[in-house]
Ligand binder design. Structure first.
Ligand code: AMP
Ligand code: ZN
Length: 472
């Protein structure tokens, strides 16, 4: 598979070329652990999971890192405002470290119920303070950062390529009215690498003073560097991360390593709810608990998210989730029917129809993860099957292994899903077909049909009057 991804850095869909052949380093901006992730956050995490699975499906050895931001993410995403975590901890009157534990646990529980494959590392910002300080000091030494009192700022005009990712060039920023001039900064767009605040609850002693804490951007630069090295392949996040977070990450890291850093930047479009932003005042900041309380499986939500292109508009409504749940059930049902038709046959031969489907599936995924086109291939196969195609044991078995291959990438089926449920009419018709086979002495076919019925939980009894059946 020749993968192509849209790179936010260039705005183009480009062939993906790993730095080291056969291997991929992946870094994702993970949750700020001040509140249980909402379903919007999960769109970003599910995208990360799909990307990792597609890379592995394409044969790459992937090292995946997702951080947990447990300090330094301020309410306005830049240098001003309160630390989100401390604000919440004060409001709930709990220790910020306890809040981190509580929320991180809910994050991991959510990931497990969404069948997200565990990343290889989940670094927490507070566990990497020395690595961050090392970068901050190196940037001062290089002349890209400066200390004012106990704070340290990155000097944006010292990095000529600033603005390449987001288009927010220094000159535009200067003209922008939103930037309040902080008298400590040499330039209004300079950003904090290290901040000092005696009232901050989580604080560290450093060469800059007794009570400092890191800026949000330096956290991801330092953590990705520790686990993936100076350069790596793909960095992702939601579209809100492009600016200032990722723009600043690029500036400070490239200033330090003096070469280009991440090859491909990929960003998920925001999930909207009821056509707008999720907001507390509207009361539509849903979590996975809400999804389950309304009778949906977390996998319904997973399927709802992943069947749409990661850069496509996505509007969450309960009605839309219901549609996704139905579509997912149809695929589970398809699996059950294929299992019944294949009844244990192992497909070793060539099945042209399935080979063609696989090619289409792979081509769709390879073109910037075109999930809807990739899944359409499976739905088309299902329609063909329901219309009478792919009914021999060999064909059904080839289709089944393809379905499982698709599920390996999208992960929409739970472990005990896909148990076929036949209607009474369908049972009667399969029994009639079996009778016909028996009459014409096609005992192999008759046995196959009996096995299929068994797999669907239908027990046949040969009684004096003919066939009687019941469900297990
Ligand atoms: P946060 O916990 O705010 O740091 O966000 C964690 C991740 O979720 C980041 O990559 C965000 O860009 C992403 N994110 C936040 N809200 C949404 C949303 N509504 N849709 C998609 N991604 C989101
Ligand atoms: Zn980040």
């Amino acid at each position: 598979m020749e993968l192509r991804f849209r790179n936010t850095l260039t705005g183009e869909i480009e062939p993906f070329e790993p730095i080291e052949e056969g291997k991929v380093g992946l870094y994702h901006c993970g949750p700020t652990v001040y509140a249980r992730p909402h379903i919007g956050n999960h769109r970003a995490f599910l995208f990360a999971d799909l990307l990792r699975r597609v890379l592995e499906y394409a044969g790459f050895e992937v090292k995946q890192v997702m951080n947990l931001t447990d300090v330094g993410h301020l309410t306005d995403d830049a240098d001003e405002g309160e630390d989100k975590l401390e604000k919440r901890a004060r409001r709930e009157k709990i220790d910020p470290w306890d809040l981190v534990e509580k929320v991180s646990e809910s994050f991991f529980t959510d990931l497990a119920s969404l069948a997200v494959m565990p990343a290889h590392h989940y670094p927490r910002a507070t566990g990497h303070i020395p690595e961050m300080l090392e970068m901050v000091c190196a940037l001062i030494e290089k002349g890209n950062a400066y200390q004012v009192g106990e704070d340290v700022y990155f000097h944006v005009p010292s990095f000529a390529k600033y603005g390449r990712l987001s288009g927010n060039k220094v000159d535009n920023l200067e003209a922008g009215a939103r930037l309040e001039v902080n008298p400590d900064k040499k330039h209004p767009s300079d950003f904090a690498l290290w901040k000092s605040d005696p009232d901050h609850l989580m604080k560290w002693e450093s060469q800059f003073g007794p009570h400092g804490f890191p800026g949000w951007h330096i956290e991801c630069s330092a953590m990705s560097r520790k686990y993936l090295g100076d350069r790596f392949d793909i960095h992702t996040g939601g579209e809100d991360n492009i600016f200032p977070h990722h723009e600043c990450e690029i500036a400070q890291t490239e200033a330090l390593i003096e070469k280009s850093w991440v090859s491909t930047w990929m960003h998920t479009r925001f999930l909207q709810v009821d056509g707008g932003k999720m907001s507390k005042s509207v009361g539509n900041v849903w979590t996975l608990d809400d999804v389950q309380e309304r009778g949906f499986s977390p996998l319904d939500f997973r399927f709802f998210v992943l069947r749409t292109h990661y850069r496509g508009a996505m509007n969450f409504t309960w009605e839309a989730l219901k549609g996704a749940a139905e579509a997912r059930r149809n695929l589970a049902d398809f699996k059950g029917r294929l299992e019944a038709s294949a009844h244990g046959a192992v497909n070793e031969g060539v099945c042209a129809r399935i080979d063609e489907a696989r090619e289409l599936f792979q081509a769709a995924l390879a073109e910037d993860l075109n999930a809807s086109a990739a899944l359409a291939v499976l739905f088309d196969l299902r329609s063909d099957f329901l219309q009478g195609d792919l009914k021999t044991a060999e064909e059904a078995s080839a289709a089944l292994s393809f379905l499982l291959e698709v599920d390996g990438v999208f992960g929409f089926l739970g472990p005990d899903e896909g148990i076929i449920s036949l209607s009474d009419e369908e049972v009667e018709s399969l029994i009639a077909e079996r009778e016909e086979a028996r009459q014409s002495k096609n005992f192999q076919r008759a046995d196959e049909l009996r096995a299929s019925l068994m797999e669907a939980g239908i027990v046949l009894e040969d009684v004096a009057e003919g066939i009687r059946w019941h469900r297990i």
